[in-house]
Write a protein that binds this ligand. Sequence first.
Ligand SMILES: Nc1ncnc2c1ncn2[C@@H]1O[C@H](COP(=O)(O)OP(=O)(O)O)[C@@H](O)[C@H]1O
Ligand SMILES: [Mg+2]
Length: 358
Amino acid sequence: MPVTEQDVLQALRAVRDPDLHRDIVSLGFVKDLEVCGGAVAFKIELTTPACPVKDLLKRQAEEAVLALPGVTGVEVQMTARVVGRETNLDNPIPGVAHCIAIASGKGGVGKSTVSVNLAIALAQSGARVGLLDADVYGPSIPLMMGCANEHPEARNQEIVPIERHGVKMMSIGFLMEEGQAVLWRGPMVAGTVRQLLADVDWGELDYLLVDLPPGTGDAPMTLAQTVPLTGVVIVTTPQHVAANIAAKSVQLFRRLNAPLIGVLENMAGFVCPNCGTVTQIFSGLSGEELSLRYDLPYLGAIPLDPAVSASSDDGTPSLVRFPDSPQAKAFRDIAGRLAQQASISTHVSPAGVSFERS
Ligand SMILES: Nc1ncnc2c1ncn2[C@@H]1O[C@H](COP(=O)(O)OP(=O)(O)O)[C@@H](O)[C@H]1O
Ligand SMILES: [Mg+2]
């Protein structure tokens, strides 16, 4: 009996997406199925190229098909189509599938460091990524991305983002004079954030990360009112003060009706570069405890490492400079979990906007 397409699809129903809790056939992930004699070829189209279980799903699909009698070979190609959330807002960035804000209760917890490295990790997975520095009080992304001296140009009345490490980037820092001190009033913050969204040529992106100023002031409020937010990620450190303030921001973001999609802990244990021993510097509430308390997904922890700081300061983020380090691995794992949460949030309220990619 020759193998049929139906046999292959039936076998693939045994492969389930662990996050979406359904099999890859009923999710519509199997594409371009071809059966030629005993040779089977198809694509599996995931909801993100940064999917942490990509290799596992590929292996399971290959094994399921190879187990069919008559199959002599199988070729599985993994692709992704990032699908955004449907919106009835008058969306100024319709080409962006997921807008994700990076927030914290207090400053100095590593929000910008995290934003930069997560953006690069997502881009390295094959996603189209933008990074918006909306920290009006302390824009630091240009310095961390090594482009503090660049001046973005305008084209067709839109500002063209600067591209670094595969990430399209725009910062409030570019729009201010160097060394200029600005007394920010609420409406100015709101206007600037809107401008950075609407007047910048973001094009088509799978993810736009937004580095917010600390707290729950005008910037997050404007962001939440201007674009359909996939979610807010809260960055915390295991210090008492940081965790208490982070807990307050969780409550405030909930009041803003901004969906929270994860907590991540920065400056977790200090890893000794000589012996590898992990020393806990702070003893406050951990990111994991915070996520449990507020029933939020826990995305992971990034160790405290002088190399992270040094590489941010000289404009080459640690993911680029030390790609094999433990903190680079932590950033990649967290980026995968973030992409996963974004996919889950869209599949809970199935969406209209979608972007083909090859
Ligand atoms: N995991 C880390 N290990 C060591 N230093 C870090 C780490 N994360 C951030 N830093 C450093 O801490 C300082 C504050 O980080 P930053 O990203 O600017 O915080 P925020 O944006 O929240 O104000 C910076 O000097 C940065 O290099
Ligand atoms: Mg910052």
